[in-house]
Design a protein around this ligand. Sequence first.
Ligand code: AG3
Length: 288
Amino acid sequence: MELWFTEVHNKDFGLCLRVKETLHRETTPYQELAVLDTFEFGRVLVLDGIIQTSDRDEFVYHELLAHVPLFTHPAPRRVMVIGGGDGGTVREVLRHPSVEEVELVEIDRQVIEVARRFFPAISQGLDDPRVRVNVADGILRVAQARSEFDVILVDSTDPVGPAVGLFHEDFYAAAARALRGEGVFAAQTECPWLTPATTVKAYRGIARSFPLARLYAGWVPTYANWAWSFTVGSRGRDPLDPAVPGPLADQLPTRYYTAALHRAAFALPRFVEQLLAAPESPPGGGKG
Ligand code: AG3
C-alpha cells in the first residue's frame, strides 16, 4: 500500500511526498507536530500540516537564513534566534568564529525535544556551550532587550497561530531596538509566488524599521513551490557592500552558501521587484 502526505497550500495546489513511516505525532500546546520518514527527503518535520524542514534539504534554508546576515555584520558576537527549535539555524550561526553567545528563543518546548530525538544532525548545535536555549515567546523576549544583540534571526513558521506577531511591524521595530551598533536582522519572509502579499508586507515592515532592507531568495525544494524569500534589515553595512561577505565565506563547510551566491541571492526576478515596488495591493504572480 502506498501512503502519501499532502501539504495543502490552497484549494488548487499542494505538495505530495510518499511516506515510509510516521515516526511521531503529538499535539503540543501550540500546534500539531509530526515526524515522517519519506522516500524522497528522508525525515521531515511537519507542524500543523506544513513542512518545516527535512534531512535532505534543510541546509538550503538554514545556510541562507544564517550566513547572509552574519557575514553582513563586521563581527557578530551575540546572536538571537527566534523560533528555529530544530536547531538548524543555530548550527550555522555557530560556524562563525566571532560568535560568543547564541540565545535560541523557541515557544514550543516539544519542537526542541523532537528535533533532539529525530534530527540529530540538525539539532547538534543546541548542545554547544555557546548556546542558551530559552523556551519563551520571542515577541516578549525581543521587547525586553535593549541594544544587546549583534544579529537577530527569525526562523518562524508561517504567519498563522503563534507566529502571527513575528510578521508585525511593531515586532520589527522592537528587533531594531534590541540590536546594538551595526546590528543586522533577518527573517524568513515566505513565498513570493504563493503568498506575495505576506512577503511584501513583511519586507515593507522591515524596511520601515531599519535604515536599509533587502529581500533575497533561494530554492528550498520542500517549501511550497521552491522559491523562498528572506529579508535582511541592517543598521550598519549593506549586504551588497563590496567588503561583504569577506574571505571566510568560501571556507565554511557549507553546501549551498558561497560568496558568489551571497550576492546572487539578492538578484530578484522582475515580478518580485515589481511586487516590492508596487504602491499598495501587490499585483499578479500567484494568489496569496
Ligand atoms: N521555518 C519555516 C519556514 C516556513 C515553511 N513554510 C512553508 N513551507 N509553507 C522552518 C524551521 C526550520 N528551522
